[in-house]
Write a new protein. Sequence first.
Length: 344
Amino acid sequence: MKTLKKLVCAALALMMILSLAACGGSDADSGTVYKIGICNYVDDASLNQIVKNVQDQLAAIGQEKGVTFDISYDNCNGDETVMEQIIQNFIADEVDLMVGVATPVAMKMQAATEDNQIPVVFSAVSDPVAAGIVASNDAPGANITGTSDYLDTEAVFNLVFAADPEADLIGLLYDVGQESSTTAIAAAKEYLDAKGVAYKEYNGTTAAEIQQAVSQLISDGVDAVFTPSDNKIMTAELSIYEDLAEAKIPHYTGADSFALNGAFLGYGVDYANLGVETANMAAQILLDGADPATLPVMTFDNGTATINSDVCQQITGKTYEELAELFGPMCTKVQSVVTAEEFE
């Protein structure tokens, strides 16, 4: 009888241990699958960096939490009709959350989810308030929040005039249809007006139009060119940087990917980190029950200057090391890249 009692007690103890183990799992239910739809606006180095890091970070979180993120990814390549179809496909597939990379995609996702209230996390939206995506950065107010690549335009122009104090004509190169350019260009004009420096605007939507605009600004003899985080200009950078370098006109831009593609300098956020934090916000919503309406838009220190070491001496007569020393006090970080199509 004693042996029988011992066996019964041991069995009960084992059952209790197994029961406790089942109750003490990860924060999310083990084996749960979350469907996520990611739409990228256009194929460029910065936005591709975001997508890769969103995917990698979600995979890491999924492994840690014992859940699966089933990701559907598509790129509309700047085509609004294709973008709308991609988003409708996500809705039809009953995704649990959408990720919109760049302002136009975020705006379309916002409109498409007003009724169904599918959570949306955006990335690389320069001014979500001005674009009407959120009520405020602190309290988005609806089913959408995300990460911003807001550009400190004044900081960029501080670099322009540190490199060339005598610059008296600045070219503003951008696509008028890009919401991401609106606030930054307005700030650039305000800065230059206050400084008493002349500027001319040059616009283009297609690669051919952008090349024509660059030919014109070279002919006009501008001392420097400024472009914010404008995706259309970004996609054309590889086709215009050699002409600007030959004319010795530095192109100051709002993202490190411009410099990767040949521009003299990119200034702004770390797009890899932008992708990581976008994924973290998506996980907060899906795993922790965070409400997008009250989850603040995340902004970042825009203090990183990325100099293209292939063209900097050709354009300015200064080495990368000389420019890094010059710009260092005005940046939290100065780094170099060589011309390529994608980040390694």
